[in-house]
Design a protein around this ligand. Structure first.
Ligand SMILES: [Ca+2]
Length: 440
């Protein structure tokens, strides 16, 4: 399986590890472009073999996610194998010509369009399969891009014509910014770059673990995923800190014209010591959050540190869940060998995980609810950025093993659906937009 050099995605998870290990010459300098999301562990150098094949398998096969030896929460149960994933699933190239794509979104008012985010700071329109030459938005002049940094997330306001949209990017000073823009009045294919309103600006000391996932929930609120801030092992303590916006999923009411409001009913509303934006916590670098349009479940791909990549779920409306970082990595205590902390209970385990024998940085996907690939309906589809392996799990199962869908050999930085629920992916290295097809 040929592996391409990948700029952006590798940076996402690997940068942090490189810092910690002290072997990452690329970390301090503008590395070409690696998605921050993926950088849980050292990313393969350009031209290198996938981490999964060059590194010894972690400690156990992900097919048998046994609880951590001495201190696993009592709720851990062995994953079940269950149904086989549909066979014959493949990628079909929709278009090439994108530069380091990091995310995909659609606007309900223009169901034939896909909006693809480019890491450097542009958003491109793919209309009926053709890449339009003129960018929809170009804010490259105000974005730091490379490694795990850059323009990382996009979501359109689902209300009305969707003229307003939201982006998440790394600013020139390294901080992470959530901002809104509006589409130009006369030209729906063009955003107004002067319409920016900054909703959040989060200072950031490390180039990795920047989060950047944006998704509107069925409640109309905007959900935002943030990383733990970076380095390795969460030295900032963000995962355990309810006074920090980092390492969280935030919930914001952005229906007003200006700043956001805090929706009522938050999980920590009665605790003045907790930031009211916080909806979910204990995440490391949640790379892609997506809602299941059929159930309202929120799916999170959370990039692991050194050994385990995990998929987390907040079933419809569930809030206040703590996914365990940095007390746990996947279903294991962290750091390895720890016997306290993660046994305390109250932590929510991933629905599935895989070891670094199968990759090194998870790209969270979405639950397929389209019609072109009937065999895939009801499966949550995700991938590993480093190995190119694509997986699926039945969306209804709470503890299950990842089933392989295909070995794509691609650098998959995003998986998302269009207005009709059809599924797409971006290849960061090749600059291609791909569509899921097949399955009988
Ligand atoms: Ca960071």
């Amino acid at each position: 399986m040929a592996r391409r050099s990948l700029p952006l995605a590798a940076l996402i998870t690997g940068a942090i590890a490189l810092v910690a290990i002290g072997c990452g010459p690329r970390v301090g300098s503008p590395s070409p472009s690696i998605p921050a999301v993926l950088l849980a562990t050292a990313p393969p150098a350009a031209g290198a073999t996938p981490a999964g094949s060059s590194t010894p398998p972690a400690t156990a096969s992900p097919a048998t996610p046994a609880p951590a030896a001495t201190a696993s929460p009592a709720t851990v149960t062995p994953g079940s194998s269950g149904a086989d994933a549909p066979s014959g699933i493949a990628f079909e190239v929709v278009t090439a010509g994108l530069e380091a794509p990091t995310d995909i979104a659609y606007r309900a008012a223009a169901p034939g369009d896909l909006f693809v985010v480019e890491q450097a700071g542009r958003i491109r329109i793919v209309r009926d399969g053709a890449l339009l030459e003129r960018p929809f938005l170009d804010i490259a002049g105000q974005v730091t891009a490379g490694g795990e940094q850059g323009l990382l997330g996009l979501a359109f306001d689902p209300v009305g014509e969707g003229r307003r949209f939201f982006v998440y990017y790394t600013a020139l000073d390294g901080s992470q910014v959530l901002a809104s823009y509006e589409t130009s009045r006369p030209d729906p294919d063009l955003a107004d770059p002067t319409s920016e309103r900054v909703l959040l600006r989060m200072p950031d000391r490390f180039p990795n673990h920047n989060g950047g996932g944006l998704a509107f929930g069925p409640d109309g609120f905007l959900y935002v995923s943030t990383g733990d801030g970076g380095s390795a092992g969460d030295p900032l303590g963000s995962g355990r800190d309810l006074g920090s916006l980092l390492a969280k999923v935030l919930r914001l009411d952005v229906s007003g014209k200006g700043d956001y409001a805090i929706p009522p009913g938050g999980p920590f509303a009665d605790d003045p010591g907790v930031l009211p934006e916080i909806w979910l916590t204990g995440l490391r670098n949640p790379w892609r959050i997506r809602f299941d349009r059929a159930t309202g479940d929120l799916w999170i791909g959370d990039v692991g540190q050194n050994a385990w990549e995990e998929i987390d779920v907040a079933r419809s409306g569930a809030s206040g869940l703590d996914y365990g970082w940095n007390l746990m990595e996947g279903t294991r205590c962290y750091p390895p060998g720890a016997t306290t902390g993660c046994a305390a209970g109250g932590l929510t385990l991933p629905v599935t995980e895989y070891g670094h024998d199968q990759g090194c940085s998870v790209t969270g996907g979405t639950v397929y609810r389209g019609s072109a690939v009937p065999a895939l309906v009801g499966w949550y589809v995700f991938a590993d950025y480093c190995s190119g392996r694509v997986f699926a799990v039945p969306a209804k199962e709470d503890r299950t093993d990842p089933r392989p869908l295909m070995d794509s050999g691609r650098s998959i930085s995003a998986i998302a659906e269009d207005a009709a629920g059809e599924l797409y992916a971006t290849d960061l290295a090749s600059g291609e937009l791909l569509r899921f097809v097949g399955g009988g």
